[in-house]
Write a protein that binds this ligand. Structure first.
Ligand SMILES: NC(=O)c1ccc[n+]([C@@H]2O[C@H](COP(=O)([O-])OP(=O)(O)OC[C@H]3O[C@@H](n4cnc5c(N)ncnc54)[C@H](O)[C@@H]3O)[C@@H](O)[C@H]2O)c1
Length: 378
């Protein structure tokens, strides 16, 4: 049995939304041990949280620069191998870059950076480093998303005609509609969130899902944002028309003001031989639609699934696995890469996905600001 990978965590403190998902996911396949962290910008809060979750406090550092400096003093066999960056967006780039420059592997939350320029710089740093970089587009870890990708790759839909992806949330409504609150959260502050709120936070997941599932690239887009309030500096809703490889057209709809919606990420891909439909809130059902045959439902864990899909299932069919498992699959793929083991393409989102994502986000902003015009992606 290989030794556990020594994991450091940046952000993801007890006050965070996403920290628990990463911590649990990192443990699910028994690959990682949390050995060091900066859970919060406040050192005492960081230590208190480490005590609460039983992480040794001797490697809880006051900030990420100190973490890197002190870890580099340790013998290589004790040093943190990979750091997981779970902070607000503005810290992803400086943290990930410094980590790569100093020889650490990186697992990073999305959006990868604040803008496209930073993404290109990070890509270069990654290439120089030779280290593993995994971006946590969580939803690509679901077995049925992976199955959809593999079946499309094998030609199940024939020529694709239309793609429709949407990510609708309502939970941030109470903040957006309250003038004081919307001016105080980092998600609606361009200096902390980046150039886009809605498209950067959730639209980019839908974008990633479209490219992951179809294997096709989005070449150009036209976007219309809604800011809803005059004092609000950032988009809270947006609709994007997309033109893809092979003349495929589609739409990506993203909203943080979709009252009553929960985590409504869904995708439909329509082709000449049939269509796929998948919804994040029912992740273990992949629907295959046809004009001539009855509806088919694919489910995880069955032998008819692809290798990539089955690599993301731990129990026999009928034992529901969910968002923690999906994130765990990304950690599992990253663990294989860190150990130099064989893994399938698609087991974790990469630097390329991050650069594409930032190219997408920046293009949506440019399209809207120029008066809803078509913008080409690189
Ligand atoms: N993959 C997904 O599905 C998904 C879901 C939610 C959030 N996210 C992403 O995760 C990131 C965090 O989101 P969140 O909702 O958990 O944010 P949050 O505001 O709830 O938590 C951020 C955490 O980072 C800590 N932090 C802030 N500054 C820090 C610093 N300088 N050093 C160390 N820690 C610091 C905070 O104390 C807090 O614990 C964002 O980039 C967000 O886009 C991804």
């Amino acid at each position: 049995m290989p030794k556990k990978i020594r994991l450091g965590i940046l952000g993801g403190g007890g006050d965070s939304l996403i920290g628990i998902l990463h911590r649990v996911a990192s443990q699910i396949n028994d690959n990682y041990e949390i050995v060091g962290a900066v859970f919060n910008p406040d050192h005492e809060a960081s230590i208190a949280f480490a005590e609460q979750i039983d992480v040794p406090t001797n490697r809880i550092y006051k900030d990420f620069a100190t973490l890197i400096e002190e870890e580099l003093k340790l013998p290589e066999e004790e040093r943190i191998q990979v750091c997981s960056v779970q902070t607000p967006n503005f810290l992803h780039f400086p943290m990930a870059k410094k980590l790569l420059d100093n020889g650490f592997h990186v697992i990073c939350e999305k959006p990868m950076t604040m803008n496209y320029e930073e993404a290109k710089i990070l890509e270069e740093a990654h290439q120089k480093s030779g280290k593993v970089f995994a971006l946590t587009h969580t939803y690509t870890g679901y077995p049925m998303v992976r199955q959809m990708r593999e079946m499309i790759k094998a030609g199940a839909l024939g020529r694709i005609h239309k793609v429709d992806a949407r990510y609708y949330q309502g939970w941030i409504n109470t903040i957006i509609h309250d003038k004081e609150k919307r001016s105080s959260v980092w998600r609606l502050d361009p200096t902390k969130a980046g150039i886009s709120s809605c498209m950067g936070d959730i639209g980019v997941h839908a974008f990633n899902l479209v490219e992951f599932a179809t294997g096709l690239k989005i070449n150009s887009l036209l976007c219309d944002f809604n800011y809803l309030y005059e004092d609000n500096q950032m988009d809270v809703d947006g609709t994007v028309l997309v033109r893809m490889d092979k003349h495929v057209k589609g739409v990506i709809r993203s909203s943080q003001v979709a009252t009553g919606e929960e985590n409504g990420l869904a995708i439909a891909i329509y082709g000449e031989k049939g269509a796929f439909r998948w919804e994040q809130e029912r992740p273990n059902f992949l629907y295959k639609l046809s004009d001539t045959e009855p509806l088919q439902v694919y489910k995880p864990g069955h032998a008819y699934n692809s290798e990539l899909s089955l690599s993301g299932t731990k129990l026999p069919p009928g034992h529901p696995e969910g968002i923690f498992d999906s994130m765990a699959n990304i950690y599992l793929g990253a663990a294989k890469a860190i150990r130099g083991e064989k893994y399938n393409d698609g087991e974790f989102p990469t630097m390329t996905d991050g650069v594409r994502g930032m190219n997408f986000i920046e293009s949506t902003v440019a399209s809207h600001k120029k008066g809803n015009v078509w913008i080409d992606l690189d």
